[in-house]
Write a protein that binds this ligand. Structure first.
Ligand code: CTP
Ligand code: CA
Length: 225
């Protein structure tokens, strides 16, 4: 999307965007993951690049192609995603869209775990993954604009407000991903924009339209200084 003919209002601004899931290995052939197509994160990275931003997209494993016109870093695990995001700082804008696995396996096996029918069934000990958005939101090199997403299945607005505070973000794009909405894995999104000064409900939009609208809002933020 362009604001004016040929306008690139984010030229000279650096943005880091996370997208997709993370995969946390159990052993060389198995992993824990969240559901995420990467469509919304990739669309936001493209929309920011279209407005002239210098974008680093840090993507977990997805089946959609890399967007063009930006630097794409491919990662698997949350630890790797955190490292790649921190390497992209300093930046003016951070948009953390990835569905990061909250936990990883405490000690992943370097050999395939074999099954022994009728005998013991393995249990997984988990530990917490780093919270990348929270790390960026409280970082000494904190970008001027830090935006997170919140996929919720209940009490969307209050959960998003709590995340806004906890993670040191300026905005949370919240969406209701209850199975009945059909949003999960689809091409459309119905979001609420939660800021410190209020909440705005956006209409049902294509993920590309959500991305264009968010990028325009980001450009407006920098235009106003
Ligand atoms: N996020 C992150 N690193 C994590 C977990 C989440 O960067 N380890 C980011 C997501 O990319 C998103 C925001 O934090 O921008 C909210 O993610 P979400 O999973 O909704 O929040 P959590 O704090 O993990 O809480 P919960 O899953 O319990 O709702
Ligand atoms: Ca989570």
């Amino acid at each position: 999307m362009r604001l004016d003919n040929g306008a690139r209002p984010l030229a000279g601004r650096k943005a880091v965007v996370t997208s997709g899931p993370t995969h946390e290995p159990i052993d060389p052939v198995r992993y824990i993951a969240n559901r995420s197509s990467g469509r919304q994160g990739h669309a936001i990275a493209s929309a920011l690049a279209a407005l002239g931003a210098d974008v680093t997209l840090v993507s977990g494993p997805v089946s959609i192609p890399d967007p063009t016109g930006m630097h794409v870093v491919h990662v698997e695990r949350a630890d790797e995603m955190r490292d790649a995001v921190l390497s992209a700082l300093p930046a003016d804008i951070a948009v953390m869209v990835a569905a990061v696995a909250d936990w990883k396996v405490a000690s992943a096996s370097d050999q395939k775990i074999k099954k022994h029918p009728g005998e013991s069934i393995p249990t997984l000990a988990l530990t917490e993954n780093p919270d990348i958005l929270k790390t960026v939101g409280h970082h000494t090199q904190r970008p001027k604009l830090v935006i997170g997403f919140a996929a919720e299945t209940q009490d969307v607005e209050n959960n998003a407000k709590a995340k806004l505070e906890r993670k040191g973000a300026d905005m949370i794009v919240a969406n209701d991903v209850s199975p009945s909405t059909g949003i999960m894995g689809g091409t459309r999104n119905r979001v609420k924009l939660v800021r410190h000064d209020g909440v705005e409900q956006w209409p049902d939009l294509d993920k590309d339209e959500v991305a264009a609208r968010l990028a325009a809002l980001i450009a407006e933020h920098f235009r106003q200084g």
